[in-house]
Design a protein around this ligand. Structure first.
Ligand SMILES: [Zn+2]
Length: 440
């Protein structure tokens, strides 16, 4: 196949704009809403409670009439209650942590699996990954989505090595030297671990591109990784619920999202009214090809803004990188951590008051968390740190994976302060419990 034909195959839909794009989105939206209501009684009930009949949704102007789908809809109805396709068409369930500590169990149908892999391939192709060398996706295999999406997407582009993250570092070092991959795909934390611990001479390896995802990558971190790998580092965007939705091109001016398969709205997180064009707000995603579960106006809880055209000339519209979260969640070495999980861990230990601060910063290239907790008057600190840490890990299998299995980051450090010393600052009423000093 010629390079132009390959480009057309991987970057399908890139030329769609204006009226043609709108017509495609509307056609897909109409059939999606009808099928979702027909197949999923819980979604049908949600529509009814908002006074919406599926047949009334005809154009993009009708979209704001549809209710927002929250993560709680999926968690509360798991595993089958939010599924809209016949059981026999579901190929697998994947999961990620939910804000309640209960995992979100996400169905993937046979048909959409194929589409997810195509979009995954598209995202890596867009970021410069080609089939002219070995692709090394170092990811967690298991019930999570990332390896499933990325590994299979990359296999459409070229030869891959399924490099499970939790394998010993010596395994990674030997494979990197043996295969001499041209493309590395992993999380920023694991990229840092490879740099610091593998002993591989990356500049001599001849990497042509590294793509990172699953957690944010600040400007400084990116440039340090680029220096260590001696190549360009780009970011991708995907998640368990919706697949691989966006990718960064070499301009590094934001994320190109795939508007032929996703409608992205930006709304005020409180009122859910649209924000002014270009303003920051909460992202709502409608996943137009997802026939297994209604992900229609799905509240990702990520804050973004929509941007203008990219100078690279690709037609996929541009959105900003993730500018924050609307629910205080923190990503720590690719594990999601929620304030109430830390609160539950702290309050489960009788020696500690309910006041704490969870401070995340960078130590070298990696995330480092400190849990600053207040001992109650007269309490002894012996053994308390180990118990609060065990309580925190009991809430998150992702945290156990990144600290114990893959050893991407160290355990959060526990630091005790005297009773009464964690007071709200600056005359405020609330103690800032989550402090992010990573400088995204
Ligand atoms: Zn671009």
């Amino acid at each position: 196949m010629s390079e132009a034909a390959v480009r057309r195959e991987f970057l399908a839909g890139s030329g769609l704009r204006g009226e043609a794009l709108r017509r495609l989105q509307e056609r897909k939206l109409r059939s999606l809403v009808r099928a979702a209501a027909r197949g999923c009684p819980a979604y049908e009930a949600l529509l009814r409670s908002h006074g919406v009949h599926p047949a009334e949704i005809r154009t993009l102007d009708d979209l704001p009439r549809l209710p927002v789908v929250e993560k709680s809809h999926i968690v509360e109805n798991a595993p089958w209650g939010w599924v809209s396709a016949p059981q026999s068409t579901i190929a697998r369930f994947i999961e990620s942590s939910g804000s309640t500590g209960k995992p979100k169990l996400i169905a993937v149908s046979e048909q959409e699996k194929k589409r997810i892999f195509e979009l995954s391939a598209r995202s890596f192709y867009l970021s410069g990954v080609r089939g002219d060398g070995v692709i090394y996706p170092a990811l967690p295999h298991g019930p999570w989505a990332s390896a499933f999406f990325v590994q299979n997407g990359c296999e459409r582009i070229g030869p891959t090595v399924p490099a499970e993250m939790s394998l010993p570092m010596a395994w990674h070092a030997e494979r990197l030297k043996a295969y001499r991959p041209k493309y590395l795909i992993t999380s920023p934390s694991f990229a840092a671990k490879l740099v610091e611990e593998s002993g591989v001479d990356f500049p001599a390896l001849g990497l042509k591109r590294a793509v990172v995802g699953a957690e944010g990558c600040g400007k400084r971190q990116r440039s340090r990784l680029e220096e260590a790998f001696s190549t360009t580092v780009l970011q991708g965007y995907g998640c368990t619920e919706i697949g691989v939705a966006a990718a960064e091109c070499e301009e590094k001016s934001g994320l190109h999202y795939f508007a032929d398969e996703y409608i992205i709205e930006v709304v005020d997180p409180k009122t859910r009214e649209p924000v002014a064009p270009g303003e920051k707000g909460e992202m709502l995603v409608t996943c137009l090809f997802k026939d297994s579960m209604p992900m229609i106006r799905y509240a990702m809880r990520d804050m973004i803004s929509l941007l203008g055209e990219c100078s690279c000339g690709l037609g996929y519209p541009l959105m900003s990188h993730i500018l924050g979260r609307s629910d205080d969640m923190m990503t720590l070495g690719a594990a999601n951590v929620y304030p109430h999980q830390v609160m539950d861990a702290v309050t489960s230990v009788p020696e500690l008051s309910e006041r704490f601060q969870f401070i995340v910063s960078k130590r070298g290239l990696r995330d480092h968390a400190v849990l600053r907790a207040e001992l109650r008057p007269g309490a002894r600190p012996e053994g308390v740190a180990a118990r609060v840490l065990a309580a925190l890990k009991a809430q998150s299998s992702e945290l156990v994976y990144v600290t114990d299995k893959a050893r991407m980051i160290a355990d959060p450090e526990v630091e005790f302060v005297p009773p009464g010393s964690l007071a709200p600052s600056g005359g405020g009423l609330k103690l800032r419990r989550f402090v992010d000093e990573r400088g995204m």
